[in-house]
Design a protein around this ligand. Sequence first.
Ligand code: GDP
Ligand code: K
Ligand code: MG
Length: 276
Amino acid sequence: MNIAFAGNPNVGKTAIINAIAGSKLKVGNWPGVTVEKKEAEVEFKGKTITLTDLPGVYSLSPYSIEERITRDFIFEQDPDCIVNVIDSTNIERNLYLTLLLMETEKPLIIALNMFDEFKKLGYEIDLEGLSEMLGVKVVPTSAIKREGLQKLMEISISCPKEHKKLDYKLRYDGFLESEIMDVVKKLKQHVINTRYPLRWIAIKLLERDEYAKEKLKKELGMDISKLADENIKRIEERFGDDAETVLAESRYGIINGILKKVFKKTKKDDYTITEK
Ligand code: GDP
Ligand code: K
Ligand code: MG
């Protein structure tokens, strides 16, 4: 079984793996590049589990080597579970990657790490509400205090099984969503068998993601790169911005909507700023 840890830089991915695996952590490089690859093998409940520490990323765009490594690993190594490690003191920014990971439609759980700091800051969050709105299990953890790690492992190993019942139900705003569905419909007429979810392909085409187009051309043996061009045009006419930006902004809109319902900054954060 393979569990991959994905998250922004400095959220505690390595600290969590270290706390779970101790000295078993092996450091190498990703094939062909100098980006560090850390892996550990642990025994848990009679299973041998490989923990992979993916490079820290803010997004899964094709623009940086770290993001391409993460993305390729997810689709090509097909981990049994992705643990998205989040810095709980910076949820809004971190959830952007979460939404992108959800779009891969892989089994996913969230480790809400630095939860010790989160509590110190006096923040409050409705964990069940967050989990329910995302359709993803959420475990608060503190790598430093070694809290929540046992539960994280337990949930990780049942994550592929749980995943079959899950449907990540986040949807973009109505107009964007219907354009995505229209591209999916077109894809269904051309694309029969691929490791990539059709909805993910549709979104990448709308984002003019050249790296995805290349991969798809190789995998499908056919060029679908212009399939979404009309949809892109419609989106850009409507929103007056490039489709990639429109999709990104829509994701932030979704995140804000969720956080309004489940997250509260209290106590130490209740100072007021007076404008002069
Ligand atoms: P990575 O880049 O995601 O691998 O993050 P690291 O594991 O290197 O951790 C980044 C920093 O955050 C280090 O200084 C860790 O000691 C610290 N850190 C990691 N997890 C926690 C946590 O749960 N609580 C606190 N307070 N600090 C943490
Ligand atoms: K680091
Ligand atoms: Mg690290």
